[in-house]
Write a protein that binds this ligand. Structure first.
Ligand SMILES: C[S@@+](CC[C@H](N)C(=O)[O-])C[C@H]1O[C@@H](n2cnc3c(N)ncnc32)[C@H](O)[C@@H]1O
Length: 282
């Protein structure tokens, strides 16, 4: 039987003690520890940002030269750092262009795209069909990312694991060089949520062009990853885990084939190493 949900668990208490708006702050911290998705100077879009803990964490990492734009159906009621701007709205209604323009207004740039898109968006849970609703949200995230993310950019999005999860990861791999699911320790045991971490966006199709007259220099670290130079047909879609051994292919014998005789392993003739005799030898 699954364990009942513990409302005031250690992450809840830690968030309270450390001044974060929600325990989900630690999910982003753990994703960051593992994948370093956020870097100083980044321009971040946070979809489903309320009550605001991801923006608090992201702001600490990107520092004063970075900027965050958050959007949520609900208002954000906490005091936000100077480089964060949150608006109330629907990710399905706002256009990537409008989101980009918010960044420009707050920083005075006009030629930049986001370097990171985060989405912790969750559907209102109804039990049946939650995973499908969650994938619909993620597809919207991918759509926004394709228009608003800089080449080389990174994306983290929450998805409820279900039937369509493999399809969603394949779609992510269609536009990113790397995509992998990660379940941080802070995710509750009873939850089906998993975070798709996608790195090295292959190239955006911005619908921008925005007012170039307002452009100023981008902060350090902005768009720090150049676009992949590998031709599309040669790109590696899934990054290999170096700890994994290459699998040895096992070919079953055709019916009626006699078992091959076991061969003695070849022994190499023993050769004494030249050099000084070891201690104790005559
Ligand atoms: C788990 S909360 C996000 C928590 C946030 N990352 C934090 O750390 O404070 C999920 C949020 O997604 C928002 N959301 C769901 N659908 C949305 C949509 N279509 N547009 C914008 N926000 C949405 C919800 O209102 C909710 O606040």
């Amino acid at each position: 039987m699954p364990k009942p949900r513990e409302l005031h668990d250690k992450y809840f208490l830690q968030a309270k003690a450390e001044g974060y708006a929600a325990r989900s702050a630690y999910k982003l911290k753990q994703i960051q520890e593992r994948y370093r998705v956020l870097r100083p100077g980044d321009t971040v879009l946070d979809l489903g940002c309320a009550p605001g803990s991801w923006m608090q964490v992201a702001s600490e990492i990107i520092g004063p030269h970075g900027v965050i734009v958050g959007i949520d159906l609900l208002p954000v009621n906490i005091k936000l750092p100077a480089n964060v701007r949150a608006i109330q709205g629907d990710a399905f209604k706002v256009t990537p262009r409008e989101l980009l323009q918010l960044t420009h207004r707050s920083k005075g740039w006009s030629d930049g795209l986001f370097s990171v898109v985060l989405s912790d968006m969750a559907p209102n849970t109804a039990g049946i069909g939650d995973d499908l609703r969650s994938v619909t949200l993620c597809r919207r995230v991918l759509e926004i990312a394709e228009k608003a993310l800089a080449p080389g950019g990174r994306l983290v999005m929450k998805v409820l694991e279900g039937e369509l999860y493999p399809d969603l990861m394949r779609e992510a791999l269609g536009v990113f060089d790397f995509a992998r699911g990660y379940r941080p320790d802070a995710t509750r045991e009873v939850s089906r949520e998993i975070f798709a971490v996608c790195m090295r966006f292959r190239g955006s199709r911005p619908e921008v062009p925005v007012d170039a007259a307002k452009a100023t220099a981008a902060p350090a670290g902005w768009a720090d990853l150049p676009p992949a130079k590998v031709p599309p047909h040669k790109r590696v879609l899934v990054e290999k885990d170096p700890r994994r051994q290459p699998s040895r292919k096992f070919k079953p014998l055709a019916k009626g084939t006699p078992e091959p005789e076991a061969k003695e392993p070849k022994r190499r003739p023993f050769k004494r190493k030249s050099g000084p005799p070891s201690k104790g030898s005559a």
